[in-house]
Design a binder for this molecule. Structure first.
Ligand code: BGC
Length: 452
């Protein structure tokens, strides 16, 4: 029998560069994503975040949509270069004012804000100084965090330092698919370490400046070995160390997983013990983003992991090529509880890109595959709660179809359809389904699903 707790948070999630548009408006500085999207051939169809969902100017409409679904929480990110155009020193008052008005609008509509301070949009001026490779960045990040805390902590009760640091290093410094687009195995572990130090300095600053709760958001993707063969099992462990434990082990256990040193070899640096004491700073909650799992086999030719994913024959795959496999969400939440001592958890992102049919008369968008995805995954969250995991909220990725990084506007994750020519928003069937889940505290999930 599914029934979610009374105070469970039901939210949607977005990030600044993906929805706001107006990246240089009112005194804002450029971010690395502005630079990346304006460099030819890096992003599909030459897409940029110049307009995106025009949320910077339409945020009141978007808050009204959230309210219409009955959500009681919203996770968004602040843009560092909107708040501090050069990333340090001078603050841009108009940038802070925008987030101030957004927070007020949310609270006026009974929606609790969760603010992420960094969702990949580093100020370009800091990238010119080395970005995440410059050790000074931990201090710069804490200074920026303090500015935002001072302005919003009276009203914002949930803070996250970084979104998915693994993606920042893997996409930004190792494989080059995301800004700033580097491909360098020596850089990746350095970026990782300074991300962790920056996270910790921001948490430390929060203990002095803030009065509520702060955590970090990681993306977890459980790795299952393709067979019982020891080489396959070892490959799954390497993949798991790289993607899932690389950030959580230092934060909760004060050390990196051993596999990483073996994998990176001469590119793996040694760091002072003091750094680990800093990084182990207690946090108040963990944000978990979950999209898919991976089944892994040993592959001697696959650098860096010597592991390759094995396609699953009977599975449904999303438009981004991710297997739909909800039990792994329960598994990963139970795993966090066991390994890291049952921290309070929010599922801070979960969702899927599917090909949506066009908006039809009566303003309907039928997206049965996304409804099915949400149904299975929200049930999987409930199953984790039944296993004793302290899950306190769930946020769908995403409120709106938006700028999907190097894939531009080609992949739609929204529960609200956005017509990018007119900016018209149309709630999809998945939004209506989510509203029913929320209104019934999950009870509706006890009914058998309508056939697809
Ligand atoms: C990120 C989002 C992204 C989503 C879908 C997550 O990794 O936090 O920014 O849009 O996945 O790819």
């Amino acid at each position: 029998m599914i029934e979610f707790p009374q105070h469970f948070l039901w939210g949607t999630a977005t990030s600044a560069y993906q929805i706001e548009g107006s990246p240089l408006a009112d005194g804002a500085g450029a971010s690395i994503w502005h630079r990346f999207t304006h460099t030819p051939n890096l992003v599909r169809d030459g897409a940029t975040g110049d307009v995106a969902c025009d949320h910077y100017r339409r945020f009141l409409d978007d808050v009204a949509l959230m309210r219409s679904f009955g959500t009681n929480a919203y996770r968004f990110s602040t843009s560092w270069s909107r708040v501090m155009p050069l990333g340090r020193n001078a603050v841009n008052p108009a940038g802070l004012d925008f987030y101030d008005r957004l927070v007020d609008a949310l609270l006026a509509n009974g929606i609790e804000p969760m603010v992420t301070l960094y969702h990949w949009d580093l100020p370009a001026a800091l990238d010119d100084l080395g970005g995440w490779l410059n050790p000074e960045i931990a201090k710069w990040f804490a200074e920026y965090a303090a500015v935002v805390f001072r302005r919003l902590d009276g009203r914002v009760k949930m803070w996250a330092t970084l979104n998915e640091p693994w993606v920042v290093t893997d996409g930004g410094y190792l494989h080059g698919a995301l800004a700033p687009g580097h491909r360098n195995r020596f850089e990746a572990p350095i970026a990782t370490h300074h991300l962790l130090r920056a996270h910790a300095e921001a948490v430390k600053t929060y203990r002095a400046e803030g009065r509520h709760r702060i955590g970090i958001v990681v993306n977890l993707e459980p790795k299952y070995p393709a067979s019982h063969n020891p080489t396959d099992r070892a490959s799954a462990l390497r993949a798991d160390a790289y993607m899932n434990r690389q950030y959580l082990d230092p934060i909760f256990l004060g050390r990196y997983p051993e596999e990483l040193g073996q994998m990176f070899g001469e590119a793996w640096p040694q760091w002072p013990a003091d750094d680990f004491a800093l990084i182990q700073q207690p946090i108040d909650f963990l944000g978990v983003n979950y999209y898919t799992r991976s089944v892994t086999r040993f592959d001697p030719h696959a650098w860096l992991l010597q592991a390759s994913p094995v396609p699953q024959k009977r599975a449904t795959y999303t438009e981004t090529g991710w297997e739909v496999f909800a039990p792994a969400l329960t598994d990963t939440l139970v795993w966090v509880k066991g390994r890291y001592g049952n921290p309070p958890i929010y599922v801070t992102e979960n969702g899927a890109a599917f090909f949506d049919p066009p908006v039809v008369e009566g303003n309907r968008v039928a997206d049965p595959l996304r409804v099915d995805y949400l149904r299975k995954h929200i049930k999987a969250v409930h199953a984790a709660i039944e296993h004793g995991v302290d899950v306190r909220g769930y946020f769908v990725w995403s409120l709106l179809d938006n700028f999907e990084w190097r894939l531009g506007y080609s992949k739609r994750f929204g529960i609200v359809h956005v017509d990018f020519d007119t900016q018209k928003r149309t709630p999809k069937d998945s939004a209506l389904f989510y509203a029913e889940v929320i209104a019934s505290k999950g009870h509706v999930l006890n009914n058998p699903p309508a056939p697809l």
